[in-house]
Design a protein around this ligand. Structure first.
Ligand code: EPU
Length: 331
């Protein structure tokens, strides 16, 4: 189905106003071959994409559904269509006794979007469960299967994020080991002793609900910036100045910092500029308070970035996909 002049606030959870010139709703894989050859943009629920202006390129909204389950001696294998809701899948797995995804509960968005930015939370990244990804190759015009290795997963990154025009993801194959180990490494799960998957799920849901605004109630797109990586030397220098600095060592000795902590430290939490506010409980999340406008959002994001650069010598990178009329924008 194709629609003209669709209100953008139905297509992204940040709900800035505006219109998409044309939207193709993809409900059957067979329709891939009928998609325009033109430069279209693929979206799921639009929970990590922000449209700051009317969008002129065609949009393809993936609404493919279906979950197939099979098993080997050691694993559950799930072939999940790209348009399924991620959180509903996590809940479905928990109810069926397929454990492993519980740390990733309540992450907004679709299953097809999960590998693009390698969604992660509470000590877990989706990459560890992805066996392969099925996609429509927009250049070769055929379906392909991309192995875990070829997905090139990294922190909030993948081959799909690096090559945004190349593929349209149609399904994801997840492998969940039948031998399950609880993952309680993350601070907020630390006190759970020998928890069940259900208990981890409940805790993750409670922690997210306490900190992160529900996009249905307060439009947002989750973390606006990535957590930056800096050298061990830079980290030591900052630690002298800020003993409370939050950092985690990467395998190569560099340090990943909590961008939310840096932004919070600079007094941005709760600050409002025009229609955009830094969330009161999590400074890494920007919210649209009232039929927001794209230029307010860009002004706010640039001001935060500049402030963090000036005070900590750290260049924050945007985590969300931010669009003007046609292109991805960096700030
Ligand atoms: N912190 C503050 N003030 C703030 C925000 C955070 O001091 O305003 C501190 C916290 O106290 C904590 C540390 O910074 O010590 C890290 O905060 P938090 O646990 O909330 O996680 P985060 O690093 O801010 C990341 C992901 C989230 C994910 C959480 C939980 C990124 C960009 N964000 O946030 O993912 O839910 O960890 O694992 O990596 C998303 O990507 O949209 C997202 C919400």
């Amino acid at each position: 189905m194709t629609e003209q002049n669709t209100p953008l606030n139905l297509l992204h959870t940040f709900r800035l106003p505006g219109f998409a010139r044309v939207v193709h709703f993809l409900r059957d894989k067979k329709q891939c071959s009928e998609l325009p050859t033109e430069n279209y943009l693929v979206v799921g629920h639009g929970s990590n994409t922000i449209f700051t202006a009317d969008f002129e390129r065609p949009l393809v909204r993936v609404e493919l559904s279906g979950i197939d389950v099979s098993e080997s001696d050691s694993d559950w294998l799930l072939d999940v269509a790209a348009g399924e809701s991620w959180h509903q899948l996590v809940t479905y797995c928990l109810n069926k006794g397929f454990f492993g995804l519980e740390n990733l509960a309540l992450i907004p968005g679709t299953v097809g979007a999960a590998p693009v930015q390698n969604i992660g939370a509470y000590g877990c990244e989706v990459a560890q469960f992805i066996d392969s990804v099925e996609a429509w190759d927009r250049q070769q015009r055929c379906f392909v299967e991309i192995t875990h290795q070829d997905c090139q997963f990294a922190y909030r990154d993948s081959v799909f994020k690096q090559n945004p025009e190349r593929w349209l993801i149609t399904a994801v194959r997840l492998r969940l080991p039948k031998q399950w180990q609880p993952n309680t490494r993350y601070a907020e799960l630390n006190d759970l002793m020998n928890p069940t998957a259900e208990q981890i799920y409940q805790r993750v849901v409670a922690v997210r609900q306490a900190k992160l605004p529900d996009p249905q109630v307060l439009p947002n797109a989750g973390s606006f910036f990535k957590n930056p990586t800096i050298s061990a030397q830079h980290y030591q220098a900052l630690l002298q100045l800020y003993p409370g600095l939050k950092g985690y060592a990467n395998a190569d000795g560099s340090m990943k910092l909590a961008a939310g902590w840096l932004i919070d430290q600079r007094g941005w939490k709760g600050v409002k500029r025009g229609t955009i506010q830094v969330h009161q409980h999590q400074a890494l999340v920007l919210v649209n308070t009232d039929n927001g406008c794209g230029s307010d959002l860009l002004d706010m994001a640039k001001a935060i970035k500049k402030d963090i650069e000036q005070h900590f010598s750290i260049a924050l990178e945007v985590e969300v996909r931010l669009f003007n009329q046609r292109e991805l924008i960096q700030i």
